[in-house]
Design a protein around this ligand. Structure first.
Ligand code: FES
Ligand code: FES
Length: 154
């Protein structure tokens, strides 16, 4: 087991993890943060996207041990990090960019990181930003509308 300490949604936390345990499993099972979904478990669908030191990562491929010393943000911490309803979250709701919702936390976390780097994105940049996040329900149009609206608000 490996002892790790990291910041999780603004709180200092510690855990004891097996060397190969994925970060997704640690977040969901040890910390109860089930907003981070497990879809493929192989880095293909983006459902497990979290922010690590502000960078969007597929947590299913990330060994939990590598979270040591890092700052982790999941969908559960988004509003608190902003001090209000996060504009990206609000934009997804307002645009109706959610159907079953399974992909939504990953889409939102990916979008938060994307808009920090591209505050005024083109439509092509928006489309490419979610290439690694799969949605079986919405057809992506409303998701892209939501990202566009969030960019206008940010
Ligand atoms: S569950 Fe991580 S990319 Fe699909
Ligand atoms: S809303 Fe169902 S997978 Fe995207």
């Amino acid at each position: 087991m490996i002892e790790i300490c990291f910041t999780l949604n603004g709180d200092s936390v510690s855990a004891s993890v097996p060397p190969a345990q994925p970060a997704t499993q640690l977040l969901r099972e040890a910390f109860g943060l089930t907003g981070t979904k497990i879809g493929c478990g192989e880095g293909e669908c983006g459902a497990c996207t979290i922010l690590v030191d502000g960078e969007a990562m597929n947590s299913c491929l990330l060994p939990a041990a590598l979270l040591d010393g890092r700052e982790v943000l999941t969908i559960e911490g988004l509003d608190a990090a902003e001090g209000m309803r996060h504009p990206v979250l609000r934009a997804f709701v307002d645009a109706g960019a959610v159907q079953c919702g399974f992909c939504t936390p990953g889409m939102i976390m990916r979008t938060v990181a994307f808009l920090r780097e591209h505050p005024r994105p083109t439509d092509e940049q928006i489309a490419r930003s979610i290439e690694g996040n799969l949605c079986r329900c919405t057809g992506y149009v409303k998701i892209q509308d939501a990202i566009r609206a969030a960019a206008r608000e940010s």
